[in-house]
Design a protein around this ligand. Sequence first.
Ligand code: NAD
Ligand code: UDP
Ligand code: UDP
Length: 343
Amino acid sequence: AALERHIERMHESKVYPDVRNLNYKDRKRILVTGGAGFVGSHLVDRLMLEGHEVIVVDNYFTGRKKNIEQWIGHANFEMMHHDIVNPLFIEVDEIYHLASPASPPHYMYNPVKTIKTNTLGTINMLGLAKRTRAKLLLASTSEIYGDPEIHPQVESYWGHVNPIGPRACYDEGKRVAETLCYAYEKQEKVSVCVARIFNTFGPRMHMDDGRVVSNFVLQALQNLPLTIYGDGEQTRSFQYVSDLVEGLILLMNSNYSLPVNLGNPEEHTIQEFAVMIRDIVGGSSEIVTKPAVIDDPRRRRPDITLAKSLLGWSPKIPLAEGLARTIAYFRKELAKSVEPIRP
Ligand code: NAD
Ligand code: UDP
Ligand code: UDP
């Protein structure tokens, strides 16, 4: 009886964000692979708030329970600790397939595993989609364009990827994942869509993610030197995570199946990013140069004409505002951590 009272009190005291009350026929069972990661957890928040049933599958390689703890115990939410390299038999209506390490240090840490996740893992998720007649959205990447000879990158560009370089496990893994989607579509009539995601940032990025935004923000917040790899003249275009999530949901709900770029076309050199981030943080860090990384793409910027006309989508959050929100998140995380974090 004491235990019963305790459990009752526990349930009563747990407060969840308000989710929409969807009626049974509009409510979908949605699988998010990689849902404990950076992008996945923001997508989970949106789908939960809309009133759907959400199942997260994650092996916690780079994801964290903390990113989705706000939903643990909620009647519409389920978390499965599972590695998608192994088959998965559950019943779903839609699959957002995001599971894959995404930052260069993470995907290079175990290249064979990265390839397995993107090939075997994607086959399993397509097999699941085939059996359940679910629609699958693949989180692909601008990295499939490699070091691009066409600028900005349009969806019709085939890319320029070194198949045996250190980035190949990820770039080629995602290229095969796209190929698999269209093979399953043609041969097995699986409904698919493919988002080619460009550099994305925001709260819940891993502290030791190793990507440029988290590195520069952590360095600036701790008055450490900002480390530019190479001459800093290479360019990237960064979108804020809520814009991406909006685009992913619009794409899943469209009837277009070929690849669509999702990114913010505002392009800057890495040197400019360093100065911008240091200025917003307001610290006194110096900016230093480190050796360039191998096969680093020289420039990257999405052509989003297709997403605009097809989905009526374009990024809403200005870079400075997104950076300010991200910096606020990292500041809080740093305050909580006992040891300094040296990216
Ligand atoms: P992330 O590392 O934060 O999230 C990836 C998630 O997948 C993690 O939770 C990780 O634990 C999980 N995962 C990895 N391998 C798995 C496996 N074998 N089985 C089950 N779970 C596994 O990265 P992110 O930035 O959120 O990226 C999410 C997706 O978006 C990835 O597919 C990535 O390739 C793609 N993407 C991201 C960006 C970006 O800038 N963030 C850009 C292009 C594409
Ligand atoms: N699969 C899965 N869940 C399912 C259905 C299939 O994980 O609900 C896996 C299955 O183990 C197989 C892969 O997905 O390895 C591809 O499935 P498909 O039906 O294309 O292949 P087959 O089973 O015919 O080899
Ligand atoms: N970069 C940098 N300093 C860092 C981390 C990254 O100069 O501390 C550079 C990196 O060489 C690349 C760009 O920033 O040119 C973006 O790198 P990131 O790893 O964030 O993403 P990706 O290369 O996948 O676009």
